[in-house]
Design a protein around this ligand. Structure first.
Ligand code: MG
Length: 166
């Protein structure tokens, strides 16, 4: 079977940023998280947006966001996660695909993110024009292990399914 005749394709993305005292505001899927530490990043450090963008790019066989939005390119220096995801969604649609569903798992020991679940979910639904039952937002505290468990970083893994538009 030729690749172009396949109707469904899966994508996967992962991102991590350090949490530091003098970091940028802590933002997940464009939602501001109230926490004294911020993310260390050239961009806004939005791990949800970045892993989502990578997942979408991988689903259409494209290289990662580091190649599409280089951090030494002044055009993308202050790009928000929403802007990056918006550009990638345009590319996915231009290739003839639409997003079916998304599974987002955020790895963070601190802060507790459950109060932000609905806001994060609503934000992703808006970005991708999806119903709430097509976007899952899960949290994992990594049981105190490693740098994430020590509260020094936050990571996100995202899986997407896309479908060829008929
Ligand atoms: Mg990133």
């Amino acid at each position: 079977m030729y690749l172009d005749s396949i109707s469904y394709r899966v994508g996967s993305g992962w991102d991590v940023h350090r949490l530091v005292p003098a970091g940028k505001p802590f933002v997940l899927a464009g939602v501001r998280i109230d926490y004294p530490l911020g993310l260390k990043a050239h961009s806004d450090g939005d791990v949800v947006a970045h892993s989502l963008a990578d997942a979408l790019l991988s689903a259409i066989g494209e290289n990662d966001i580091g190649e599409h939005f280089p951090d030494n390119d002044p055009n993308w220096e202050n790009a928000t996660g929403e802007e990056i995801v918006g550009k990638v969604v345009e590319l996915v649609r231009a290739r003839g695909f639409t997003v079916v569903n998304v599974v987002i798992t955020i790895f963070a020991q601190y802060p507790k993110l459950k109060p932000y679940r609905i806001s994060i979910k609503n934000s992703v639904c808006k970005w991708l024009n999806l119903e709430t039952n097509s976007v899952a937002v899960h949290f994992n505290t990594v049981e105190g292990l490693g740098v994430i468990g020590a509260g020094a970083a936050v990571a996100c893994h995202t899986v997407v399914l896309i479908k060829r538009k008929i």
